[in-house]
Design a protein around this ligand. Sequence first.
Ligand SMILES: [Zn+2]
Length: 281
Amino acid sequence: MIEKSLFRDPNLRLEGQEDAPEKVPVSTCPRCRKNQELPALAQGLFLCPRCGYHFKINARDRIGMTLDEGSFREMGKRIASKDPLSFPGYKEKLEQARGQSGEHEAVITGAGSIFGQPCAFFAMEYQFMMGSMGAAVGEKLTRLFERALERRLPVVGYPLSGGARVQEGIHSLMQMAKVSGAVRRHADSGLLYIAVLCDATTGGVAASFALQADIILAEPGALVGFAGPRVIEQTTRQKLPEGFQRAEFQMEKGFVGKIVRRREQRELLGLLLRMHAGGPA
Ligand SMILES: [Zn+2]
């Protein structure tokens, strides 16, 4: 699974040509500039071995890293955005996003297990229009929470998004209310929802289901907020403090419960699911 996605990493810098197969692709850490061969980086969960920087990873890799091997069953695979407003250039953008990410939409939903604990699961795809939420993303997530409610399953999710998808206008904004309704019904019946916020979780996704989880975890350094820091700085004409809106800042402000490094996420999620399933922790 990791192998398949290696060549879609935007930090990827190919050294040498395709006709020189002995050259291994190299990726550069955006924080400390360390060069690392890509297969080794993938083996290490896409963490920089020098500074611990968490590279962005795609939704399929999340599934591979988090769920028990072979346990994932995908749902709503064919649900994909149309172009309800005939927005100029949107159809082409969708096609491009599909080609780039290999996915139909910006979220993958389904069910699986973590250390044997069954759960509904979603992961958002940053290579699909920055994980933006249009009608299809909203529909997939709504169905996921509804299915989880029917089957009495907890939900574990990895939100990551630039926000509502501007090309779908009001159809996109409506998803905030729709998904929130499904999250609420799931919560009201006493079921658990855990979110692990990834870099970056912003806009209408942050303002709806991402921050409505019962337990909110985040990856180190993830940007979490509604409007981005640049927009805020321009609007308020104030210099923002160092680390503004990063996960560590948001934990200090009470928006995030715990920052969890990628290496520890699966174990913690398994433990939390087990604790809430009522079994022995
Ligand atoms: Zn680094």
